[in-house]
Ligand binder design. Sequence first.
Ligand code: SAM
Length: 363
Amino acid sequence: MIWPDTETAVDLREKFANTLFDEVASPWHKSFARVPRHVFVPRFYEQQADASWAAVNWGDEGYLERIYSDEALTTQLDAGGVPTSSSSQPSVMAMMLEALDVRTGHRVLEIGTGTGYNLALLCDQLGDKELASVEPDVDIVQAAVRRLEQTGQRPVVFAGDGMQGYPARAPYDRIIATVGLTHIPPALLEQGSQFGTRIVAPLGYGIISLTVKGPELAHGSFLPIPAFFMSVRGPANVPDFASVHEAPSEPSSVAPHEVLDRLKFALSIALPGYTTCSWKDDDGRLEAVGIWTPDGSAAIAQASGQVRQAGPRRVWDAVEEASRVLPEQIEREDFELTITPAGQLVTYGGVDGPSWHLPVPPR
Ligand SMILES: C[S@@+](CC[C@H](N)C(=O)[O-])C[C@H]1O[C@@H](n2cnc3c(N)ncnc32)[C@H](O)[C@@H]1O
């Protein structure tokens, strides 16, 4: 079915583009005003107060207003009700596309096709000939290809693991990931041209903008915006709290709520792929916070000031360390990523500042 582009949709889209950009002169303003997001998101899911999900479909009351608003929209859920695909928040997409700095003739690779909307915006700027996108979910690939065809675009959409890039079309001048990463996959560095390729990607709870400087060499800093992208698909990350309960209780120098707010971004760099949960009393006061990482390490910190931790890495030590070395207020742009053959290192406030190695899994 072809979703009609009604006068209302055109009008809402124009207003939507105006809210995303201070300057209508931005070439991306035109693309956001032209590309119909509703074609790519004919249905999205909205979480209810009881945590269940309700579908909002094309034609439902308020559907178009939600489509043309600055909202990330969940478009796929797994059997357990966990979101597995979405159309990202438009203002974040806009900042990432601007940071990508594309020019006519650039060959671009996108990781995480999802609905195809971001790819359609790129096609609107560059035409579809030089664009490729990778997505592991075959159903999502098929739907995206169908919708791109409706808007007259035929970029290459490949069903595969974006962590391997898409070597068939390399080298790329620009690479954009729209799925959360914990490091920059070496395959993406290899598939850039050796000098000047720009890579823009969600890394932890931020967006990194990197420039390739040579073989296995790249450098860049984080954009000033927060970003919470869904992670690359992988095995479920379940905390081993049973081992934590058996571990000795020790005093903590960090209040548990710091993990949930002030240190949130920094910990996404210091403890890649970390997850948290919290326990509250009947009056809603925080009692404890749990934190765990994909390697099986976990900790529970009580509001009383005691912590227990277990597993291969003492995760709470990393929390205390981040709290000690970072100032009260941090600017994301002051975090930089340097990639060399020796590894991937994030530094804060210059080369002499605190630093964290991003773990790069063996290939
Ligand atoms: C936030 S959505 C992408 C949004 C998309 N660019 C759009 O405009 O709709 C993230 C997507 O990344 C995909 N994904 C997950 N793991 C991936 C991987 N290893 N390689 C490539 N894509 C992946 C998910 O299936 C999901 O569709």
